[in-house]
Design a protein around this ligand. Sequence first.
Ligand code: T4K
Length: 393
Amino acid sequence: MNAKLQRYVLELAETFRFPEPVFVTRPSLPSLEEYMQALKPAWAQRWISNSGCLHQQLETELKHLLEVPFLNLFCNGSIALLIVLKALGLEKGNVITTPFTFPATVNVLHWCNLQPVFCDIQPHTYNLNPECLEERLTPETRAILPVHVFGTPCDIERIQSIADTYGLPVIYDAAHAFGVRFRGRSILTYGTASMVSFHATKVFTTAEGGAVACAQEDLYNRMQLLKNFGIANEDSVVVPGINGKMSELQAALGLTMLGVISSQKRAREHIAHIYSTRLAGEPGITLLKPMPNVESNFAYFPIRVNQEQFGLSRDLLYEVMKQFNVYCRKYFYPLCATLPWINELKQTSLPEAEAAANQVLCLPLYSDFAPEQASIICDILLQIGAYARRISL
Ligand code: T4K
């Protein structure tokens, strides 16, 4: 870091450094007493996994809340995605997906012996660009796996129309999209199936966990078998399944979260509003624009940093923020197309995804993050940017 900037950062940190580390997210947990209360039925029955009463209750409640015909719970989102691909019989060939995602999306394809074929992204949503989709189709294409990145819905209608033309299933990685609605409908009702993650960093959490929503009962039943070793009954094991089950301890946490998700969402919205208002118009910082017909879940707050206009690169800003005890995240860097076991960049030009991977930074956003803290983050960003431009780093 340039010596002048370092001196300025140290000076500014005397006023603005947070006493405790501020992470990109934190799970908002119920009290321990509430959690213990929720666990009581499992303890009473000494039934702590394998579709116990809490698991059943959570599955039913989430199915209603998320307005989906069928919903299957899993031990985590990655296994959920793996199992839905297996349940759809996708075992070889190509799957078109986005490179701008968490490694889980493409690693799951790798585990299923499916070759990811990357499609570039739309710069204004960070989602797979359907305009590039058709040119990536080949006779080897078996499915489309788009991601609702940061909870922003993909161009669902265009993707579905291409999928229908070529008779392909669309499996949405909706890991970030719990509770998002598009055109008055739950986002999870679109496509052949959607996977949502309940990891500790997500807006609805079971510590580790996830679910797949789908409209077909037979797909639900196949996933049911695959997540329980393929066991149909005590005398027959009918498919080579795996253990993908959610435990009662996870389900109990989920049940306690159900009562607070609306208020938590309002709190996140308030933080997002502070960031949006204060950072709008800042040179070199681009925010995601709210989309029409979308009810957001305010899961992430990505900003895009243009080095020339802001004065600092995204990577330098990330380092500078650490000096204020603020741990932002470079979601999603490195680009999945560059992972050594995937390395598809050689064949594909992905300029928008590469630029996003080098410029996007997620700011802290969670429901008990104080609005005053969000304001301080804005103060830091604005002052650092103004200084960097003044001394033209
Ligand atoms: N598809 C997509 C598009 C995904 O983004 C993900 C997961 C998946 C699929 C797979 O779903 P799961 O199999 O995970 O259900 C985090 C999460 O681990 C990961 O679930 C998530 N996406 C990804 C976007 O974020 P990391 O490597 O950033 O996690 P970590 O442990 O560094 O946590 C981030 C921050 O959260 C920490 O700095 C502090 C805070 N934190 C974390 C944990 C675990 C807490 O405050 N408490 C905690 O318990 O990946």
